[in-house]
Design a protein around this ligand. Structure first.
Ligand code: 23J
Ligand code: MN
Length: 259
């Protein structure tokens, strides 16, 4: 029985009835990393150095050494990343049950709102309006916020103004709704982190990190190509590297989309 299901899946992949969409950004030394104000420590940027390239250092092979912070570029936030999730079971990158890393996605299109207001806050009312059109957000599904932010490059990505970073994200009540009322898998965003740019000033500060991770739920940051997904029906694959005790990791996020 199960092999029939997988056979049908493999056929759908090879016929193109199911396509694979890459939701990941390129990783390079230019990848913009979150910038925390003093006295907080900074995460390291992506670095890459060549080991050999078919030369004296390795005549038939090419390879590089890399180093980077766990939360660099398109990445996965594990529950243990936040203090509220620090004591939860199976909450580090190496211990999360693999079955939790493949899940359906609900895509909330707020591109127009974010174009009009880069500090746009996703509210519970917007999710309820989305549900009126597309159906209830199922338990265990991701909520992905399609803001269009992935089209921004350079300084416009962090978008730091006089009052600090201005970028969209969920308001605290919306996060409570996703966690308590919909039991989502996690929240994903096109911005540098899952919280809004101004979330340091919210009550509580960083509500998406605080409530999602406190409830053993995940985050995805710096996603792209969300405009290539349907509002419902996509399945996303989000395995972090199996870093022992890791708080998160860069992630090649793939979406399976039906034709
Ligand atoms: C540490 C402190 C605040 C934030 C973050 C990390 C992230 O966005 C992250 O990548 O998890 S807002
Ligand atoms: Mn992160």
């Amino acid at each position: 029985m199960s092999s029939d299901v997988l056979q049908a899946f493999a056929s759908a992949l090879s016929s193109g009835a199911i396509s694979v969409v890459d939701l990941s950004q390129e990783l390079s030394p230019e990848t913009v990393v979150i910038n925390l104000p003093p006295p907080f420590a900074q995460s390291a940027p992506f670095r890459i150095e060549q080991v050999s390239a078919y030369d004296d250092k390795g005549p038939a092979w090419y390879w590089n050494n890399i180093s980077l912070g766990e939360h660099t570029g398109t990445h996965f936030d594990a529950p243990v990343h936040w203090m509220t999730g620090r004591s939860l079971p199976a909450s580090t990158t190496d211990t999360i049950a693999p079955g939790r890393l493949v899940a359906p996605a609900c895509v909330i299109d707020v591109e127009a709102e974010c174009a009009a207001d880069p500090a746009f806050l996703l509210m519970r009312a917007k999710l309820l309006a989305w549900e009126a059109e597309h159906g209830r957000i199922p338990a265990g599904a991701w909520v992905l916020m399609r803001s269009g932010w992935s089209r921004r490059t350079g300084d416009a990505f962090l978008n730091v103004g006089k009052t600090g970073p201005q970028s969209p994200g969920p308001d605290p009540d919306c996060v409570k709704f996703m966690v308590d009322d919909r039991d989502v898998a996690g929240f994903g965003t096109e911005t540098v982190g899952t919280d809004a740019g101004a979330a340091h000033s919210f009550t509580p500060p960083f509500p998406c990190h605080t409530f999602m991770h406190g409830a053993n739920k995940f985050g995805l940051a710096s996603l792209t190509n969300l405009d290539k997904l349907p509002a419902t029906g996509a399945v996303i694959i989000t395995p972090p590297l199996k870093i022992k005790g890791g708080s998160g990791s860069p992630c090649r996020v793939l979406a399976l989309v039906g034709g």
